[in-house]
Write a new protein. Structure first.
Length: 236
């Protein structure tokens, strides 16, 4: 009655008529299809930011580099898309790196069990597998935080040092020397690797080099004992 008449009059005055049927739904979806979500997100991200030439700078320094970065500047669409891709790839790299790190630890522990049980061939093979699994991650350490990069390097050192011990137990002193040297290239003061390399040098009659490694192990009873043995052998 009266209520319907009032509604019709309001619609006539304002032109606010509801779209009817399937055509209205179709127009609604057409509008959504044309909506650029990334452009909208970029616009939100650029709110309260400066043009590049007016943006403030931030200076940071590392070992041999000084970085000057613009901050709070407006990004264009190309840079926004690149950031999205890098973020996606970064997540993937993090997952793969974590998997390799954990797998390398598991292989190292398996190799340790082989070594303790005197299954030397199995220990050597498994230590090598552990490092092969870890190796691709070591090239990415410059991209990691210092603490995370240190964990990867420490694991590499431990694997090579233990591999050296497995070779020593197998009487393969040349290979033991090589494995210990690889560990020391990453950590020049790693005590176990210094001692194991000195043992290999001694067995290979490289007495001068053995004493050089032992000189860095002051206060180590095993090192002092080996040093006296070498000095006695040199006097004969």
């Amino acid at each position: 009655g009266c209520e319907a008449k009032v509604v019709k009059e309001v619609e006539a005055e304002t032109g606010d008529k509801k779209p009817q049927g399937k055509k209205a739904v179709a127009r609604g979806f057409d509008g959504w299809d044309k909506f650029d979500a990334d452009a909208a997100l970029l616009e939100l991200e650029n709110e309260d930011r400066h043009e590049v030439e007016d943006a403030p700078s931030m200076v940071s320094a590392s070992d041999k580099l000084i970085n000057i970065d613009c901050v709070d500047y407006k990004k264009d669409r190309e840079e926004y898309d690149l950031d999205q891709e890098l973020e996606s790839r970064g997540k993937d790299l993090k997952q793969r790196t974590s998997y390799r790190f954990n797998t390398s630890i598991a292989l190292k522990e398996e190799a340790n069990r082989h070594l303790k049980s005197n299954r030397l061939a199995d220990a050597i093979t498994t230590y090598k597998s552990a490092h092969s699994c870890l190796s691709p991650c070591l090239t990415a350490t410059p991209l990691m935080s210092p603490s995370l990069a240190s964990k990867f390097r420490d694991l590499s050192v431990t694997i090579h040092s233990n591999l050296s011990q497995a070779f020593i137990a197998s009487k393969d002193f040349s290979s033991g020397l090589e494995a210990a040297t690889l560990a020391l290239e990453t950590d020049p003061v790693h005590e176990k690797s210094l001692y194991r390399r000195a043992l290999c040098h001694n067995e290979l009659r490289n007495y001068k080099q053995a004493l050089g490694d032992l000189a860095s192990l002051k206060g180590n009873p095993a090192a002092e004992k080996l040093k006296k043995q070498i000095e006695a052998a040199c006097m004969v």
